[in-house]
Design a protein around this ligand. Structure first.
Ligand code: HEC
Length: 181
């Protein structure tokens, strides 16, 4: 038993504890992480000289989504995204009032063209199907194609507006086509 050993400060159950200086390599790592922490905090959270990884990731994802939309501007997703945005929906409403109301009536309840607020659809009621009806029209039935005249951006917005009145069930033109959910 080295009970008089001055290095031993504590003994319990034959386990001896010495009070040694922490090794320098260990202290070096400890202080390095503290210095690094301040640097990281300054650069990413205080001065924001660099984007923090989370923001950078979100921006990259948003970029990818935008590119996908650009490739498929009249896809269901693209139109649903516009339908979530009040400002773009309002623009769609304006387009409807000036371009579509003459045949589909102000509220979309139908005149020459079908009621767009009832459950009955001749050409489908998915967002992309509505956009196709708008863009290509039905020349033989009396609806001109609007794709070239309005451009994809407005076709997308007015289609989103049609989605927003879909199912309102306003009294108007008699049902045409099949009942759809
Ligand atoms: C000159 C009249 C006229 C104008 C203007 C017009 N439409 Fe139509 N639209 C029609 C007619 C007629 C039909 C029915 C086609 C058929 O019977 O196949 C129709 C069909 C549709 C359909 C398909 C409905 C279904 O039941 O499947 C949609 C959607 C539609 N129109 C949206 C619009 C939008 C949006 C605009 C404005 C950008 C517009 N229309 C402008 C006459 C018009």
């Amino acid at each position: 038993m080295s009970s008089d050993d001055p290095k031993i400060v504590h003994r319990y159950d034959d386990i001896e504890e010495e009070d040694n200086q922490m090794p320098n390599w260990w202290l070096f790592i400890l202080f390095s992480t503290i210095v690094f922490m301040f640097g990281y905090w300054l650069v990413f959270h205080t001065t924001r000289q660099l984007q923090d990884p989370r923001t950078e990731y979100d921006a990259a994802i948003a970029e990818i989504k935008k590119a996908r939309l650009a490739q498929a501007p009249l896809s269901d997703d693209a139109i649903l995204a516009v339908a979530q945005d009040a400002a773009q929906l309002e623009e769609g409403k304006q387009v409807f009032a000036t371009t579509c109301a003459a045949c589909h009536a102000q509220e979309g309840q139908g005149l020459v063209g079908p009621n767009l607020t009832d459950r009955f659809w001749i050409h489908g009621n998915k967002p992309s199907e509505i956009a196709k009806s708008v863009a290509d029209g039905f020349a033989d039935k009396g609806m001109p194609p609007w794709g070239a005249l309005l451009g994809q951006d407005k076709v997308r917005k007015v289609s989103a507006f049609v989605l927003s009145i879909k199912g309102k069930g306003l009294a108007g033109k008699e049902p045409q086509g099949e009942p759809l959910d």
